[in-house]
Design a protein around this ligand. Structure first.
Ligand SMILES: Cc1ncc(COP(=O)(O)O)c(C=O)c1O
Length: 382
């Protein structure tokens, strides 16, 4: 097994060495002044990448924890929430709303596309007293992106609703200026565009959401935002945090801020464009509607006759390039390349070359004198 692979998944992503090394810092007590300093640094830097002056809290959890915290701290029995559903993560948000006793009003689009503002407006018109609008800003399962966040924020204000964003797979890859949008709770995860290891879930909380949650404490223990905020005042977390990953997140945030948020966003856009153009030039059909395609998840239909398992297995075995398959009904029908976090020219060019070579060999388009095919044949037993 080659331990050093190119992780071109929709998360976890490749983690820069600087970030990995930060985890070697000796473990400290989480009720110490040293931890309080670490936490303060993380919060200050997180606010910058969230483009917010409000609170940001960090849970030891995967991204789902952040989304679950966002929804269950706001939604109570009988509350209505409008939720965009255009893939797996929208479905999960709807499940969370219903799990909290709420009523999920789904605003849907065919997978590969995204609901439009008119549909959201119509849902608000038809349903009075909607407590929250929940939007998945980047649908990782289909490689599509909801682009009208400022308009959605204005709509939420117009109807007196909270705005909750699942930005697990694109915060710091796309421009999500939380305060400008007027988003109340925005969820993300450490292992996606932030390029830190998996294990931490971040949420921003607007002043309005903070007041609501403190005045109406949720019936929760671990994901209780009111409790987290109280401990955050003294630089602590209510429960034992994954301290090594906190160090990693701190360093990942340093890297994001050193690069500059706008540069990072532009880099993601350039890399995604390069992927889309290259795959198109290979004759492949892109899955997402071009107008709403993601800058971080590149979803591509398999050509007729290509076996997903075989294709991704060869990419991994021969090139050390790890990509994802399709989700749910699209299992076996499409592949997804994660173009996020550390992604750079090297990652794109290497992945495109590996995909191109693998398709050529699987589709019998190689010539016997093709150098890649010669190496493959010579090493077929290795
Ligand atoms: C948009 C979105 N929301 C939520 C999640 C859940 O994150 P995790 O798998 O870290 O729990 C993911 C993970 O892929 C995601 O892409």
């Amino acid at each position: 097994m080659n331990p050093k692979k190119l992780i071109m998944l929709p998360g976890p992503t490749n983690v820069p060495e600087r970030v990995l090394n930060a985890m070697l810092t000796p473990v400290m007590g989480h009720r110490t002044p040293d931890f309080a300093v670490l936490m303060k640094n993380i919060v200050e830097k997180s606010k910058q990448v969230y483009q917010t002056s409000s609170d940001v809290i960090v849970f030891t959890a995967s991204g789902t924890g952040a989304v679950e915290a966002a929804i269950t701290n706001i939604i109570r029995k009988g509350d209505k929430a409008i939720v965009t559903v255009f893939g797996e993560f929208g479905e999960r948000a709807a499940l969370l709303i219903e799990g909290a006793g709420g009523v999920a009003i789904k605003v849907e689009a065919p997978f590969g596309d995204v609901p439009r503002m008119g549909q959201l407006e119509e849902a608000f018109e038809k349903n009075k007293d909607v407590k929250a609008l929940v939007i998945v800003t980047n649908e990782t399962s289909t490689g599509t992106m909801f682009k009208w966040l400022k308009e959605a924020g204005d709509l939420a204000v117009k109807y007196g609703s909270f705005l909750i964003l699942d930005s697990v797979s694109n915060l710091t890859a796309d421009d999500i200026p939380v305060d400008k949008i007027g988003a109340d709770i925005v969820a993300t995860g450490s292992q996606k565009s932030l390029a830190a290891p998996p294990g931490l879930a971040l949420v921003s909380i607007s002043k309005k959401a903070k007041k609501y949650i403190i005045d109406n404490p949720p019936p929760l223990l671990y994901f209780n935002i009111a409790r987290q905020l109280k401990y955050a005042e003294i630089g602590q977390t209510p429960f034992t945090p994954a301290i090594p990953i906190y160090h990693a997140l701190d360093e990942a945030l340093n890297m994001a801020l050193e690069e500059g948020l706008m540069h990072r966003i532009q880099r993601h856009k350039l890399c995604a464009d390069a992927f889309y153009s290259s795959f198109k030039a290979m004759g492949l059909k892109l899955f997402a509607n071009e107008e709403v395609r993601s800058n971080t998840i590149i979803a591509v239909n398999y050509p007729e006759g290509i076996n997903d398992k075989l294709f991704r297995g060869l990419l991994d075995k021969e090139y050390g390039v790890v990509i994802a398959g399709g989700f749910g009904p699209y299992k076996g029908k499409l592949f997804r390349v994660g173009s996020l976090g550390e992604v750079h020219r090297y990652h794109v060019v290497t992945t495109v070359s590996a995909v191109n070579n693998t398709f050529r060999s699987l589709m019998g388009k190689t010539r016997s004198e093709d150098p890649v095919e010669i190496a493959r044949t010579r090493l077929k037993n290795l």
